[in-house]
Design a protein around this ligand. Structure first.
Ligand code: HEM
Length: 200
């Protein structure tokens, strides 16, 4: 048991196995119609991706960056070597999982055009589509910030892209500013998504 708990990947697969059992049990007792199965799988992966992504945004803003500022120049390389490079793949890929399964879900539930046009497709008559559309566009903006503003600057900070001390300082500031913008957006996107999913 100690060996098992020492390995996060074993715990991850155990969680997946329990969820798969639950899924088949739910389906078996008629909790899911055949036609809902694909959308349910997308919804599950979408929300799982969102939890990891938003969790990472909060971790970076409230734990990693404050630690970075509090550390001395001698201590900082530890963070840059052991923590920051391991955070990056999680928020990058989780953001893409969230986006891809979110768009797929919108198609599977027949809401794609209504939501992408923020309700204009239905003459702005359906509050659910307007809210979902606002949520989706906030999510897309966050994904663009993640891949095209945070990641390129993080690469400079980590030394994967060449840059002198001045370039690293500018990259660090830009990265922080976009991480902060994403932090702001996590709160309305959660509201808009839930309202969009559960409104009439
Ligand atoms: C990146 C672009 C995104 C797209 C295309 C997208 C798309 C969708 C769609 C189509 C739904 C289903 C609405 C329904 O059932 O009628 C949904 C629900 C949801 N989304 Fe997103 N979303 C995105 C980003 C996010 C983000 C960043 C979060 C993080 C908070 C998030 C969290 C949720 C939650 C919690 C639900 C509710 C699931 C439910 O209660 O059924 N989404 N999303």
């Amino acid at each position: 048991m100690q060996d098992f708990l020492a390995d996060p990947w074993k715990c991850f697969y155990a969680g997946v196995a329990v969820a798969v059992i639950l899924f088949f049990a739910f389906f078996g007792v008629g909790g899911l119609a055949d036609s809902d199965v694909q959308a349910m799988l997308s919804r599950w992966l979408h929300v799982l991706g969102a939890i990891v992504w938003i969790g990472m945004v909060w971790f970076v803003n409230f734990v990693m960056l404050p630690a970075n500022y509090a550390m001395s120049d001698e201590e900082r390389p530890v963070l840059l070597k052991y923590i920051a490079p391991n955070v990056a793949p999680w928020f990058l890929h989780a953001s893409t999982v969230t986006l891809v399964f979110g768009l797929l879900l919108a198609m599977q539930t027949g809401q794609f055009m209504d939501a992408m046009t923020i309700g204009a497709w239905e003459g702005f008559a359906v509050p659910k589509s307007i809210m979902l559309g606002i949520g989706i566009w906030i999510g897309i903006i966050m994904w663009v910030f993640t891949w095209f503003f945070i990641w390129p600057n993080l690469k400079v900070v980590l030394g994967r892209v060449p840059g002198d001390k001045e370039a690293k300082m500018i990259a660090r500031r830009k990265m922080r500013n976009f991480a902060r913008k994403n932090l702001i957006l996590t709160i309305p996107v959660t509201f808009a998504m839930l309202a969009g999913a559960h409104a009439l």
